[in-house]
Design a protein around this ligand. Structure first.
Ligand SMILES: O=P(O)(O)OC[C@H]1O[C@](O)(CO)[C@@H](O)[C@@H]1O
Length: 539
């Protein structure tokens, strides 16, 4: 079915679920921002989270402000935009700029080498956009501090180089005001992070970087009337029925394949939307972002009984049973937000909270407040070349090599489960790590996901801890060659990423989920070793 330029094609519609959504007038009720759609427990949160429904129109006044600021910055020779933001505060601008082919440096890591590299790049022409809805996210606050120190060291007036996007009254809004930052964009507090693509969070960084963001609002507005229809002609209802209906029949994973016309990186944005919105109360949809492969790589992400397969854009090779979603970026944002919110009702969860994200944050904070003495750190179970192997005795019984350890964690994946690779590494320099997913999944009978830490903590991290408890986890950490202070904080970036990785693993382990940590004492050599070993593991 096609609406203007937006389309959702489905081979097997879940007609019963679709009929129920239509009879219950879910589309028109959502358009009217009815907070009762997800039941009484979700109502208080839903009543302050539905502002995104109106964004295609409500965000219009921002456009002139963004244009004016961009023009001023350009006139001053400031053309390098760096965005500090996690999850919903950076994923949309990342897709928007990548799709438009416009440069934007996104900082969503705490690896010291990533921060240092960003700071060393064209500082004299840099404007830092600090985006945080809560205004208290530790990663983003640390980036702000590091940049302020770097600007000061370079003799640059830091506050004049910082633009803030946040909610009214947040700690960041207060700092921006008291320190006199260049400009503050106050966002609508009734829009949650992962539904904020068409708010100031998506539009400001992308617009300052040089994208004509008015197009996105036009594209979204053009499809708004159709997304409000209580009929089978509404593509969001169709998608919601397939995702939610599929879930309730045991398809607890969504493989996101890239199509020919895909907006670049849309899978990573959709990954957060799906995982944080649905992965809770032991339910939900695990997104498996297939990135650039289109899902054609043999063996991994092969749609099985537990997977709904979706193409983002018309696929290079169509697969039997695959749902195809296609449209311009602004329309796709609105389609997916609407469909995932509706699917939440079918699954029976509140799509607007993220109850388990806080667990990992708390565990990391506790480690930072009281770092264990290095003499207390448990030794590795064993060392193989440049890789230290940490895991429970039960898991590693008889294992002596990296390959044995990987085989052990693969064997621990429950039936219809998944293996998640969590890489607390440098996304650029250690980029090869991403190939582990394919190497491990090539011959696996389960889905394999991959995430860069701490970025994924604000995305699939919610699902890992709150969704179906059928995951097994391999965490990869790396030696820190040169650390970097977080100014005016009692820890360094190296200590922060170490605490985040340890906190994440501790929470997973406490939930009784199988975990393995592989620490690379030499990142390059260790990664080569891992990739080689992963290619030999069959499961
Ligand atoms: O915009 P903030 O408040 O910094 O939060 C960043 C991200 O962290 C989360 O709150 C939790 O992971 C996400 O939902 C959000 O997008």
């Amino acid at each position: 079915m096609t609406t203007e330029s937006l389309s959702v094609a489905v081979e097997r519609p879940h007609s019963d679920v679709l009929s129920r959504l239509i009879d219950d007038q879910v589309a028109s009720s959502l358009a009217a921002k009815d907070p009762t759609l997800w039941g009484p427990e979700a109502e208080p949160e839903a009543s302050v989270r539905l502002g995104w429904v109106d964004l295609p129109r409500a965000s219009r006044p921002l456009l002139a402000e963004i244009d004016a600021l961009r023009a001023d910055l350009r006139q001053e020779g400031l053309d390098h935009i760096v965005l500090a933001g996690m999850g919903g505060s950076s994923l949309a601008p990342e897709v928007i700029t990548a799709t438009a082919g416009v440069e934007l440096t996104v900082l969503d890591s705490t690896d010291p080498s990533v921060i240092r590299r960003a700071i060393d790049d064209r500082l004299e022409r840099t404007v830092l956009v600090v985006s945080s809805k809560s205004g208290s996210t530790v990663e983003t606050d640390s980036h702000r501090r590091a940049y302020l120190r770097a600007f000061a060291d370079a003799g640059v007036d830091g506050p004049s180089r910082i633009v803030v996007v946040t909610d009214p009254g947040s700690p960041l809004a207060k700092i921006a005001e008291s320190e006199g930052y260049r400009k503050v964009f106050l966002a609508d507090p009734n829009v949650g992070g992962r539904y904020s693509a068409l708010s100031a969070f998506g539009l400001v960084p992308a617009g300052l970087a040089g994208v004509d963001v008015a197009d996105l609002l036009d594209e979204a507005e053009a499809v708004t009337p159709t997304l409000r229809l209580d009929s089978s002609g509404n593509p969001a209802l169709l998608l919601a029925a397939c995702l939610g209906g599929g879930h309730n029949e045991g398809h607890d994973k969504v493989a996101l394949g890239k199509g020919a016309s895909t907006n670049t990186g849309f899978g990573a944005w959709a990954e957060q939307l799906i995982a944080e919105s649905t992965g809770k109360l032991g339910k939900g949809l695990l997104p498996v972002d297939l990135g650039g492969t289109g899902g054609t790589t043999p063996g991994w992400a092969r749609p099985g009984d537990d997977v709904t397969s979706v193409a983002l854009g018309s696929p290079h090779h169509s697969q039997a049973g695959q749902i195809i979603t296609d449209g311009p970026l602004g329309a796709m944002f609105q389609l997916w937000e609407t469909a995932v919110a509706m699917a939440g009702r079918v699954i029976g969860i509140n799509p607007f909270d993220q109850p388990n994200v806080e667990e990992a944050k708390r565990a990391a904070r506790a480690l930072l407040d009281q770092p264990p003495a290095s003499s207390d750190a448990p030794p590795p179970a064993y060392v193989d070349g440049a890789v230290e192997v940490y895991g429970d005795e039960d898991l590693l019984r008889g294992a002596t090599t990296v390959r044995d350890a990987l085989a052990a964690i693969a064997a621990a994946v429950p039936a219809q489960g998944y293996l998640a690779v969590l890489a607390y590494l440098d996304r650029e320099v250690d980029g090869q790590a991403a190939a582990l997913r394919e190497a491990l999944g090539g011959r696996a009978h389960f889905q394999v996901t991959f995430g860069w830490g701490p970025r994924f903590l604000h995305s699939t991290g919610q699902y890992h801890k709150g969704g179906h408890p059928n995951g097994a986890f391999v965490e990869i950490t790396g030696a820190i060659a040169e650390d970097l202070d977080v100014p005016d904080r009692p820890y360094t970036f190296g200590q922060l990423i170490t605490a985040q990785a340890a906190g994440d693993l501790a929470v997973l382990r406490d939930k009784g989920l199988p975990t393995l940590r592989l620490h690379l004492t030499d990142r390059k050599a260790g990664l080569a070793q891992l990739l080689e070993a992963a290619g030999k593991v069959s499961s």
